[in-house]
Design a protein around this ligand. Structure first.
Ligand code: ATR
Length: 271
């Protein structure tokens, strides 16, 4: 059995082992998939030990994605840009990729029927979660992409780092007054603690999709806000989680699992 694992801190609630076991069953792959929770200062040692045990590949989650980026001896272009690695392939060299953006785009396009080309796109938040998906979002050629953040300067700096790929600008949340967007993505960590950033109601255009990169059994505060302010469609990040996992699985096993039954199974679990 080939060994894989997800590294995070905390990692106890990670759905990755369940997702990858379902993928393995569906594609008849013999894999073992574990959770690993190294101490905050012990990520590099834990990866080294994992490789010595014969580990084939790893998913990396908060707070280790940036450390995984540094540790990788070779990186995909999208990981390079993201400044973060969520997938490691352990070969003769340690290869790092970032499948988060692909996961988000595939969930929007394939599962929700929302293409991004020509759309007005808003990303709220300018931390690691936003940075991880900006490159792939811009490659889809939206009409425009605005990054809005509580700390406006962080959004401006982030936009600058990606403005050679497409039309992207950064601003503060208050500068959104009167603006309208067809796709609004929450990439702030506020979804986790139940706080919603203060957003003008105007940002939700008619027919708009609101997407929260975080997921929970209950609608997140951001999605409740979006629904109350006229969003046509709201969706949490469970589909993104499964889609980014499918992209990792394909990197490791050279076979693409179907995601729909897995998303359904997880929704059923959390119901
Ligand atoms: P992550 O890696 O999950 O993105 P991060 O790098 O700490 O985490 O970034 C958190 C993001 O959520 C930031 O954009 C942060 O805004 P600031 O840059 O102004 O700190 C945003 N955020 C967190 N809590 C928030 C809240 N209650 N309201 C608005 N934005 C919030």
């Amino acid at each position: 059995m080939d060994l894989y694992a997800v590294f995070g801190h905390p990692v106890g609630h990670s759905l990755s082992p369940r997702i990858h076991r379902l993928f393995a069953e569906e594609t008849a792959q013999q894999i073992e998939y574990e959770r690993r929770e190294p101490p905050l200062e012990g990520f590099a040692d834990a990866i080294q030990a994992f490789r010595e045990e014969g580990g084939h590949g790893a998913n990396v989650t908060v707070p280790f994605k940036e450390q995984a980026w540094s540790l990788a001896e070779q990186r995909s272009e999208r990981a390079e840009r993201a400044g973060a690695v969520n997938t490691l392939v352990c070969g003769d060299i340690l290869y790092g990729d970032n499948t988060d953006g692909e996961g988000l785009i595939n969930d929007l396009r394939n599962n929700l029927g929302v293409g991004l080309a020509g759309k007005r796109l808003l990303v709220i938040g300018a931390g690691g979660a936003a940075r991880g998906v900006l490159g792939p979002l811009l490659v889809e050629q939206p009409a425009s992409l605005i990054i809005a953040n509580r700390t406006a300067d962080k959004a401006r700096v982030l936009a600058k780092a990606f403005d050679d790929i497409g039309s992207v600008d950064g601003c503060g949340l208050d500068a959104l007054e009167g603006e309208r967007f067809e796709v609004v993505i929450n990439a702030t960590s506020s979804g986790l603690d139940g706080d919603v950033p203060t957003l003008p109601a105007s940002i939700v255009a008619e027919g708009a999709t609101a997407y929260d990169m975080f997921y929970s059994a209950e609608p997140t505060p951001f999605l409740r806000w979006a629904e109350a302010n006229g969003a046509f469609r709201t969706r949490d990040g469970l589909g993104m989680l499964v889609e980014q996992a499918a992209a990792s699985f394909e990197l490791w096993r050279r076979i693409r699992p179907s995601t729909e039954p897995v998303i359904e199974a997880l929704r059923h679990d959390t119901r």
